[in-house]
Design a protein around this ligand. Structure first.
Ligand code: AP5
Length: 215
């Protein structure tokens, strides 16, 4: 099953990708996570990407297309994958089509998770992440039992630099201007399914499950 998880920042793509990956045994490929790993490790790619990420802007297409091209030929992608955060521009979507065509594959579905802007800001500003194991929390919706400490491994929780209010605004604007046009792109290809992302995590996943089980 080859899936794209689509939606604005904070829609719950990462949260739902984790559920899908565990339940359907396919890898979760998050371009945001790949870029953040590079930033953390101080690679050349990471240093370049950080300038854009900190401002809430998109990292240039050629960088992302290269990352995806290399990732999709890994053997763990043979039985499918979940793309989270890619594509984000028409250029990236065209490149994905070309990569898949060369591999003799195609996308099965694009799940468009819909959440109103006001809720997105609440979700992003309250998100906290474990610096050790990467577990995801929300100060209001899924708080850790002990303030600032991960329930899973005891690691310290931190806030992503781009989850500060002024960057969130820019990320939403970038999404609306550069990424939202992909909704029409995939609607035309007849593989877009809208998912109401406003319910509880488990309810949103049940909706996704019913789509995936009927593919
Ligand atoms: P990326 O990491 O992809 O960020 P994003 O798309 O902005 O997505 P998020 O991770 O912020 O949100 P999400 O939808 O995954 O929500 P989550 O599940 O975490 O990209 C970061 C940056 O990297 C970009 O700005 C760009 O610069 C660069 N980049 C990445 N890919 C790129 C590309 N292809 N091209 C160019 N540049 C690229 O949930 C959010 C919060 O809400 C959490 O706290 C969670 O616990 C909570 N939550 C989730 N679901 C629910 C629910 N149902 N109810 C209540 N709370 C919920």
């Amino acid at each position: 099953m080859n899936i794209v998880l689509f939606g604005p920042p904070g829609a719950g793509k990462g949260t739902q990708a984790k559920e899908i990956s565990e339940n359907y045994h396919i890898p979760h490929i998050s371009t945001g996570d790949i870029l953040r790993d590079n930033v953390k490790n101080g690679t050349e790619l990471g240093n370049k990407a950080k300038e854009y990420m900190d401002k809430g802007e998109l990292v240039p297409d050629e960088v992302l297309i290269g990352i995806i091209k290399n990732r999709l030929i890994e053997p763990d992608c043979n039985n499918g994958y979940i793309l989270d955060g890619y594509p984000r521009t028409i250029n990236q979507a065209d490149a994905l089509d070309e990569i898949l065509e060369n591999l003799g594959k195609s996308l099965d579905v694009v799940l468009n998770i819909e959440v109103p802007d006001e809720e997105l800001v609440t979700r992003l500003s309250g998100r906290r992440i474990c610096s050790n194991c990467g577990a995801n929390y929300h100060l209001k919706f899924s708080p850790p039992s002990k303030d600032g400490i991960c329930d899973v491994c005891g690691g310290k929780l931190y806030q992503r630099d781009d989850d500060k209010e002024e960057v969130i605004k820019q990320r939403l604007e970038t999404y609306n201007n550069q990424t939202a046009p992909l909704i029409g792109y995939y609607k035309e290809k007849d593989i877009l399914v809208n998912i109401d992302g406003t319910g509880k995590v488990e309810d949103v996943f049940e909706d996704i499950r019913s789509v995936l089980d009927n593919l």
